[in-house]
Structure formats: structure tokens, C-alpha cells
Design a protein around this ligand. Sequence first.
Ligand SMILES: Nc1nc2c(c(=O)[nH]1)N[C@H]1C(S)=C(S)[C@@H](COP(=O)(O)OP(=O)(O)OC[C@H]3O[C@@H](n4cnc5c(=O)[nH]c(N)nc54)[C@H](O)[C@@H]3O)O[C@H]1N2
Ligand SMILES: Nc1nc2c(c(=O)[nH]1)N[C@H]1C(S)=C(S)[C@@H](COP(=O)(O)OP(=O)(O)OC[C@H]3O[C@@H](n4cnc5c(=O)[nH]c(N)nc54)[C@H](O)[C@@H]3O)O[C@H]1N2
Ligand code: SF4
Ligand SMILES: [Mo]
Length: 743
Amino acid sequence: MDAEWKKTLEDGTEIVRTCAWSPPGCHPVGCGLKLHVKDGKLIKVEGDPEHPVTKGRLCVRCLSLKDYIYHEDRIIYPMKRAKEDRGLDKRERISWEEAMDIFAEALKANQEKYGYEGSCLFNGTGRAACIHAALGCYSVLQSPNQCYALSGWSCYGPRCAVVNFVAGAGIPEMDYAAGFPLRYDDPSFQVPNYILVWGKEPPKSNSDGLFGHALIELMRLGAKLITVDPRMTWLATRSHLALRLRPGTDAALAMGILNVIINEDLYDHDFVDKWCYGFEQLAERVQEYPVEKVAEITEVPAEKIIEAGRALAQSPSSMTWGLSVDEAPNGVQTGQALMAIMAITGNLDIPGGTILGPVAGLGGAEEKDVPTQVPEDALSKKVGVDKYPAVGMIQNTVHPDLFLECLETDDPYPVRFAWLQSSNLISPTCSAQPSRWHKALQKMDFVVATDTFMNPTIMAVGDLFLPVATFAEGDGVVFTHFGSNTTNCSAINKAITVGEAKSDPEICFMLAKRIFPDIYTASVDELVHGYLSGLGAMSGAQNWYELRDIGTAQVPVTYKKYEKGLLRADGKPGFSTPTGRVELWTTMYRNLGDDPLPYYFEPKMSPSNTPEYEFILTTGSRRVTSFHSEHRQIKNLRDIHPNPVLEMNPADAKKHGIEEGDWVRIVNEHGSARYKVEITPILKKGVVNAAHGWWFPEEDPNEPNLYGVWKSNVNNMIPHGDIGKIGFGAPFKSAMCNIEKAE
Ligand SMILES: Nc1nc2c(c(=O)[nH]1)N[C@H]1C(S)=C(S)[C@@H](COP(=O)(O)OP(=O)(O)OC[C@H]3O[C@@H](n4cnc5c(=O)[nH]c(N)nc54)[C@H](O)[C@@H]3O)O[C@H]1N2
Ligand SMILES: Nc1nc2c(c(=O)[nH]1)N[C@H]1C(S)=C(S)[C@@H](COP(=O)(O)OP(=O)(O)OC[C@H]3O[C@@H](n4cnc5c(=O)[nH]c(N)nc54)[C@H](O)[C@@H]3O)O[C@H]1N2
Ligand code: SF4
Ligand SMILES: [Mo]
């Protein structure tokens, strides 16, 4: 890459090279951008052709960045509202000085009354903010209660737990040569024969740091896809095999594929002998899943299951697994079986295979270089980790379902100070049964929010609004896969200033200096860049400024790390598990009270368990025009998808006399929601797919309407607490419902 991060043209226009993260929302792909700035204003955004992975490609959200940044509704100054005015569209501009005073006084009052554990911080997903959440929660609030409120911690956390327990490693990802300067031409890389794309739609989601377009590049080089998805997605139509399963039956399908690989003796005997533990027990368990039975459970034809097993045994083959593994109470078993497929076929950590990462969490360990931490006695009070230690171990946060119960009942103790750091949880986003969270949050003595726009959650309960900078307005770092299996680490460069908005790390250190003036004596700028230098260390750069000059540092993959002693703390070959091997029979599952071998169970709500419902309800498949509840106010994005859509198969629609564009009400025992029907053959018969994240910025913001947040709130139909044994996974991708025509 060009060594200059900023250039000035003759007419005074500055061109700032940077990489994207959030806000506005995205996962850490870190797409390369060139921001054109004239007279301090962003005038144009283009892709950076020099970025080694994204090579100038951008999606519509980054191309709309200007509209987001300069939107008339954006809040760019600190605001306060009196507690008695909660739920009313009132606010008053204040200075940062006053805002910090209000914050510090409220926190102090809360700590005096309820202790360090009496406060909490909510973070959403995958954004830059989730990396900084630990700083805000553990170092500013000194509270143990960092909360990702999605029932069953159903995003990324379950997959992290699976790999950690099964292979003692960080998140696995398909090899797409992202860390090599020569990319696919690197002599050590091999194009995979098959790529298993499980419950994931990377061209739309670019999730977890995977650049979705890489799948298309690999297809062009000859790789064939096997997609596992109830919807016939764009990728599925281009797949060698499209396995259209019944939602929620993933674990059964994975066991069926294992049955084929083992019974047809297609597995890699050498790898299994040297590096796996519990193969005999797994071989016995898969006998309970003959393909005919699996075909019946999953609705995937037996011959396709057989073909998938035979294909994946052709090494190198790889896997990329998605949110559908997490958003199911049976998900950690699905993940365990998928890891077993990759392991016994010898596809782990080989060129063109599924690459393992070093262990590192998303929910984040405490930032050790920061001097203030949670006091020991408060740390041991983290809510819910006694019952679900896996969540505490892997994510280092509270257990979301138990935290809601804690807020509702004050058991084990009252929590009365909340920081909505990056979550709009009462919208159909980061919660099951958001109306319960709404009520629970109303009990707070004080709520501070750091965000870019007003949203239903902040409108309902926020007392203080601290305006956050977009990624174009502050320095930062972005690394793929949240530091776990990172192939690229890039600098985010401040190009413009908008109002008085500050970046998340700036806000954290401003507050830290206000609360602990004797401890944080350096300037905010020094504190922020010292902290960013630490976060960017995996790039190999000495400090953040060096990373800025590099732009995007590639972190080359080392293959077969298990042979080289690179996965274990003691430097010995093998895996960082109790047996030193990939545990097909998983000690940690057993220790946590679950079955050590993978198994399938029918979802609680399913055609056989709840026959009163006609449709399987899956939700939330991504659309490029929005990130969860974000972007609804950006006109050119909203114009593409103006309404909350329910996808329905033509035969199902016909049976109910429903026509394209009709409004319907989806209903179950937990709630109901209003949706506009899109009739499409991509959806399996008997399955409907509801979009999530909907609220209506153009509607009345005041309680009880709250921008219409309850109208199309599909999450009110997802039960609270229907989670897996070790605390992970909830049925966001496989609930049940009936459908009625609506006005
Ligand atoms: N039904 C259903 N519900 C789902 C899902 C589904 O598939 N189906 N998916 C779930 C998943 S996987 C997730 S992760 C959750 C997401 O849930 P949330 O993370 O709560 O998503 P948002 O509602 O977009 O809220 C994020 C808020 O943070 C702000 N924000 C964005 N980036 C930043 C940042 O860097 N800093 C700060 N301070 N603020 C920022 C945004 O403006 C927005 O208001 O939704 C879940 N909800
Ligand atoms: N544009 C955009 N990108 C995003 C987000 C966004 O809101 N907008 N959100 C981000 C976040 S936080 C996340 S976690 C990721 C998620 O991104 P992905 O991991 O790609 O997951 P989804 O898009 O939720 O769903 C992927 C596919 O799963 C299928 N599916 C539904 N039910 C099932 C099932 O039971 N089993 C199987 N096997 N498949 C099923 C859906 O049809 C869909 O095609 O996306 C991230 N990227
Ligand atoms: S995936 Fe799209 S929104 Fe996300 S950083 Fe890349 S171009 Fe921007
Ligand atoms: Mo997510």
C-alpha cells in the first residue's frame, strides 16, 4: 500500500485512506476506503483499490456514509433529559463538561447505594464498540456486569465456546488467503475442492470479519459450494449441493453427514489416530443417525446427505459457519458436529481448509494495560455465571437471560445504573421478549447512552446522550474476527470532525479522567493512542502511528499450528484441550453438565411439538441496506427496503389467499407482529422468514408509540430462556407461528 495515509490535491481536497468498522454498524471486515474531504466536509467516498482483500469493493452502506454522517436527525452534541420526561421527545443540549459531571455524579451515587455491581453496560454486536465495551464497563464503571442482552448469547459466543472446548482454539474460518500478500497466488495456498457454507450468507452479511465476496473469488478459481440453508439464496443457486433443511434441525444434519463419512470409511485415519480424542465413541453415536432417519428429520433427501459427506472428505475442503449455529438451543451440538466433520476429514488448519485461530474472545477480557479494574469482591458477583460458567469463561459477561431476571426481581441484587453503549435492545434486535427488557430498564435510576441517533431504547429510558463519532471521525483499529483468527489488521483514520461527537475510546478516557483524575493523568489523546497501539499490536506495528502508515497489515496464516506447538501455551504440539487433542468426545461439555458427544433434539417449538402452529418462523437473514436497527432513516437505503418483510412460499400464500404486498399479522403464544408479505420461491414451503431490526424513525417518538417499535417486533415472539444446557443458543432461527391477514 501507498505509505501516505493522507494526500492533498491541488484544489485543497484531502484524500484520507482508512478502513471501515463502526458506527455505522458493520462487522470487522475493515473494507478499504478513500474519504475525500473538502473544507472539513466529507464530499465523496470511494473504495480503496490498494486494500489487499477488498480491492476497492464497497457495499451500499459505506457508499451512503455521507448521508448517514450529515443526516439532519443525527445527534452531535451531548444532550440531557430530566428523569420524569423519560419516553418524551424532549432533550436539552449541554456541554461535555456538564455531561461528564452528570455521569460522574450519578455513578458515584449509584456506587454508594448499590456497590460496584449496581451498574451495568449493554453492548450490541460485532461493532467497534464491543471491543471498547470492556474499557467502559470494567475500567470506567468498574462493574462486573457487561451485558450482551441477546437470549442465549446467540451470536458468535456459542461458536467461540464450541471451538474453545472442542479444539482449544479461536474461531475457525475458511481459508481465503487473506493474510498473504500474494493472496490466492501464494505458493502455500490451495484452492479448496468444496466449501461448506452453513447457515450463513456472507455476500450480504460479511460477518465476523469474513469478506463475503471471497466465496465468489474462490468459486471462480474452481471451488464448489455446499450450502445448508432453508432458503434458496443467491449462493445456494450457484452451489454444487444446496441442502434445504428444516430450520432448527442442523445438529441432525451434521450427524447424518458424519455418519456417511465414518460408515463409508472416508475419514483421514492418520489425523484421527494422531490428533483426535473420542473417535470410537463418536462413531458409535453417529449410528443413531442413519441417513434415512436424518432425511426424515431434516427434510434433506438422503442422497444429498450422502453426496455431501463424500464431497467434504475430499481434502482440502473448508467450512464457514454462520449465525444459524448460534441462534438455536441445540447450536453448540451443531457446532461440535461441524468441528468433528472438519477434523476427521483432515481439513483443519491445512492450505485451503478450515483455519484455526488463537484463543481470544469477543466479549473481551479486561484491558489489562488500563489501571482501573473491577474490584475483586464485585467481580465475583457477575450475574449468572455461577449457573452458566461457560458464558463467563468464554465471553466474560453476564448471562443475558439471567440478567433480565436479575433486573426484574433485584435478585441477587439491584442494578440501577445502565450504560447503553451500543445496543438498541428493545427494538427487535438484541433481546428475546424486548417488552420485558423495556420494563426492566424503566427501573433504572440513571441511563446514559452513547450513540449516533436517537432510537426507541434511548427514547424510552435514556437520561443522558453522549454523541458518538462515526469511524470517519475518530482514530481506531479494525481487525478481522475480533482478534481471534485475524488475517488483517488496519488503522481507522480520523478524516473529519462533526459537531462535538467523540469516538468510543475518547469518551471512555474522558470519563475515566473525570472519575479518576489522579490515575489517568496523561492527555485523552495520549491515552487513546496508547490503548489503540495495544489493540493493533497483532499487526506487528510498534504503535498505532506506524500502523497508520502501513494501512492494512496482513497477518499470514501458519498452517498445521498443532504440529508446531502454536496452539498451546506450553509450546508443545497438539491442541489446547484437556487431552491435547481435538476432542470429538468433549471433556468440557461433560464438565459443564452436557453430553460430551453431539446429539440432536427437536426444538421446543416445532411442527411435532407445537402442532397448533402452521409455520416455522425463521428470522433475521441479513439485507445489505441495513445493519440490525440501523440505517432506517437513510432515505436511499430505506427506499430499497421500505417495509418489514415476511418472506413466504407461493404455495403457502395461495393457500391463505395472500397476495404479494399484503399486510399480515404473525402470531404465537408470546406475541404478534405486523409484516408485509413478499412471495418468493426461495423460501421452503411451511417456513416463513421475518426481517428483524424494524422501527420507524418517521413515526411519533413518544411513549407508548416509541417510533412504532412494537408494531413489527418479531422478537416479542421469541421466548425468553429457551436456551441450551450450558447457557448458549435461543430459537431466533426456528420458532413457530400462525398467520392472519391484517388491515
Ligand atoms: N429476530 C432476530 N433478532 C436478532 C437477530 C436475528 O437474526 N433475528 N440477530 C441478532 C444479532 S446476531 C445481534 S448481534 C443483535 C444486534 O443487536 P444490537 O447490537 O442491539 O443492534 P442495533 O439495534 O443495531 O443497536 C446497535 C446500536 O449501537 C449503535 N452503534 C453502532 N456501532 C456503534 C459503535 O461503534 N459505537 C457506539 N457507541 N454505538 C454504535 C447503533 O447506532 C445502534 O443504535 O441483534 C440480534 N437480533
Ligand atoms: N447487512 C448486514 N450485515 C450484517 C448484519 C446486518 O444486520 N446487516 N448483522 C451482522 C451480525 S451481528 C451477524 S451475527 C451476522 C450474521 O450473518 P450470517 O451468519 O450470514 O447469518 P444470517 O444472515 O442471519 O443468516 C444466514 C442464513 O441462515 C439461513 N437460516 C435460517 N434459519 C436457518 C436454520 O435453522 N439453519 C440453517 N442452516 N440456516 C438457516 C437464512 O436463510 C440465511 O440465509 O451478520 C452481520 N452482518
Ligand atoms: S461490508 Fe459494506 S458496510 Fe461493511 S465496511 Fe465493507 S463496504 Fe462498509
Ligand atoms: Mo450478531
